[in-house]
Design a protein around this ligand. Sequence first.
Ligand SMILES: Cc1cc2nc3c(=O)[nH]c(=O)nc-3n(C[C@H](O)[C@H](O)[C@H](O)COP(=O)(O)OP(=O)(O)OC[C@H]3O[C@@H](n4cnc5c(N)ncnc54)[C@H](O)[C@@H]3O)c2cc1C
Length: 472
Amino acid sequence: MVDSPGTALEWADVVVVGARCAGSATATALAAAGRDVVVLDAATLPSDTLSTHLLWPAGLAELGRLGALAAVEALGAPRLTEAFAHGGGYGVGAAFPAVDGIDYSMCVRRTGFDDALARTAVAAGAQVRQRRRVTAVLWDGHRCAGVRYVDAAGRIGEIRAKLVVGADGRRSTVARAVGADEPFLTVPSGRDCYFAYWRDAPDAARHVAAQWRAGADLGTAFPCDDGLVLSLVQPPVETGGGRGPGEAERRYTAALERIPPLTERLRGCERVGRVRSATGIASYFRRSTGPGWALPGDSGHFKDPVTAQGIRDALHYGRTLGEAVADVLDDPVALDAVLTEWERRRIVECREIFHWTNRLARGEAMRPLEIELYRAAVDDPDLARLTTGIFARTRRPAELYTPARALRLAAGALRHQRDDLPAVLADLARELRDAARDRHTTRTTLRGKSSRGAAPKPRSSLTTAGPGEHHA
Ligand SMILES: Cc1cc2nc3c(=O)[nH]c(=O)nc-3n(C[C@H](O)[C@H](O)[C@H](O)COP(=O)(O)OP(=O)(O)OC[C@H]3O[C@@H](n4cnc5c(N)ncnc54)[C@H](O)[C@@H]3O)c2cc1C
């Protein structure tokens, strides 16, 4: 074992790369169990990150389980007690289902939100260090055994650990370093994201989380902290055209103009700051565990923002990872078995919402069956609650499209949209094809896909020369 000159060397039970949602949740759970955890983040915290931030009740419940809910609520975002969705000429309002007694959503800007999470991890006993960029993982034979990092002054350090947790987002360095960056399932989004903050109007309904569909466009208004409202538009992916200065502004404004009710919602509001954009998005599953490493959060699995699931899942799978491994860190065989089972559970629990999300991310106008769903939900509060429950993760998409309900929706679409029968019939056929394809993906690509990929080749001594080693 040869250390680089000037390398500071430390030991910890677990080193976590990334201090936001997944990283802080993992670290909090491990530190609460008495484990020695060091969290490294390249960023200066508190700081913003490219993300909108609607939290369904399940996300808030996760905060409660971590002990971070009070700190997040103290940031002052209003409780959103009503979900409103409008499309195809129908507007549907619904209450949020309760998770752990929390029956509201919130939209909290990431700077304060992530800081509250990191502070929770510190309060639990984790060491959180900022401005440390991890550049490589260390190997001990075939096991991941730590990380190498560089600090803001250019000093190199190494931390040896029994487990390396890559909670370092979509462009994960750890995923690259362990050879897991190529997803085993990827679905490109049909939508781009553009968002901006507005100072909300004095008479605005600040308890409503609203979404509108207009043509192929989708737009939202979520009241958030500091008297602001976050407005995200997700127009279909625009191929070609520039990406230069002013493009995001142009595309955001153009999308707003195509969604008149959203423009109306923003009347009397004043724009604050620039438009931010996220394009070229894809949803994916990566192999997320191996000997001595794990990837909770976006590093291992990502869903298009259209259903706003990412923060909840990063918190949930970060926490459950920490809880699952805390007692087995000293036994590599038991640790790897627990990691494999943790990854398997995530795939099983996330695959339906993954398919559901990808359909909404297609960047198309509402289809006849969707329009019928909205129409039926106007007069059927149970149906509206069921649909909201899918986003809130209290209900499953399979509960919506039971054979009986699918038949009822099909019959309703044929009755209420008889001016366009060919479109309704084509949509029915497509729905059947899509459902069959999703089932096939679940049975094949996603079945048992947990840590079965090629493990890194064993080596005899501690080294950074791992397969897919990445120096950032
Ligand atoms: C446009 C957009 C809108 C979204 N809207 C929503 C929404 O409304 N609701 C929702 O729930 N989710 C939303 N998401 C998803 C959500 O942002 C993510 O799921 C969530 O941030 C994942 O958290 P994470 O901890 O895995 O990663 P991140 O939040 O990405 O944090 C990763 C951290 O790792 C650090 N890091 C990276 N590389 C290194 C390195 N080499 N060394 C050290 N540190 C490193 C980074 O500095 C960063 O702090 C959205 C995403 C996008 C892109």
